[in-house]
Design a protein around this ligand. Structure first.
Ligand code: NI
Length: 255
């Protein structure tokens, strides 16, 4: 039984065959998933999925790329949705210096506001960090994000950065890049992360694992991530499934 802790099943890439994609995921043993709603368009579609399938949970938040579009009232909207029984986290939130579609100061403000909300509501946060490792860790520390905790989604930083996130009580999540032959850093990071602190995810339809790289990613492929993790950790697939299920349930405070 696998838990895909980060997917975007509401993405338009699945408009033609969403039902089949979900059925294939179940066939692969993916029994739990968290769909991420991260802006004005994807929060409602995420909520609809979470309300339609009992095995799909929701995370809602404002993505750093969309920080500039956040309006007065949106934070209250997220707060209201957090009371919904299927909403398990605030996210994805964080910083993105790669696309740079929102000014840094706006990204920082929106990130900080959502950490404060998460602490007030006692909700874990899902962190998006692209090319912004130092600032993400600094803000997490300054805002005392250890009080709400959460996960570093599709972590791409070094072990040095991972260690600081672990010290703040965060889980580290790994996706498709773990399956790439030349992905030395994520493999090295996972090898060092304690067994009770890592999660697996797809981030589908993006970050497709080997051997489907270049094609659309889907939630069932989290099995490939689990297999890669098993090899790195010297465990078998069942052990990784069990460990990551337990870790995800602890991270998102389920059951
Ligand atoms: Ni995502």
């Amino acid at each position: 039984m696998l838990f895909d802790t980060h997917t975007h099943l509401d993405a338009e890439q699945f408009d033609e065959d969403r039902e089949e994609v979900i059925a294939r995921a179940l066939e692969q043993g993916v029994t739990q998933m968290i769909n991420i709603g991260f802006n004005r368009e994807t929060i409602p579609t995420t909520m609809k999925l979470a309300e339609s399938y009992d095995f799909i949970y929701a995370a809602v938040g404002w993505h750093p790329q969309d920080a500039i579009t956040m309006q007065p009232g949106d934070l209250e909207w997220i707060e209201k949705l957090c009371a919904h029984e299927k909403v398990v986290a605030i996210g994805e939130i964080g910083l993105d210096y790669y696309w740079d579609t929102s000014p840094k100061d706006v990204q920082h403000r929106v990130f900080r506001e959502q950490i404060r909300l998460a602490k007030r509501l006692n909700m874990p946060i899902v962190i998006h960090d692209r090319d912004a490792h130092e600032d993400v860790v600094r803000i997490l520390r300054e805002e005392h994000a250890e009080e709400c905790g959460g996960v570093m989604h599709c972590f791409s930083g070094s072990w040095e950065i991972a260690k600081q996130c672990l010290d703040l009580g965060f889980y580290i999540s790994f996706g498709g890049p773990l399956t790439f032959k030349n992905a030395r850093v994520p493999k090295e990071v996972l090898a060092n992360v304690p067994n009770d602190r890592f999660l697996i995810e797809t981030d589908s339809p993006y970050l497709t694992p080997h051997p489907y790289r270049g094609k659309r990613n889907e939630t069932g492929y989290v099995r490939l991530v689990a297999e890669a993790a098993a090899e790195i950790k010297g465990l078998n697939l069942e052990e990784v499934a069990k460990i990551t299920m337990k870790n995800a349930q602890a991270c998102f405070r389920l059951g």
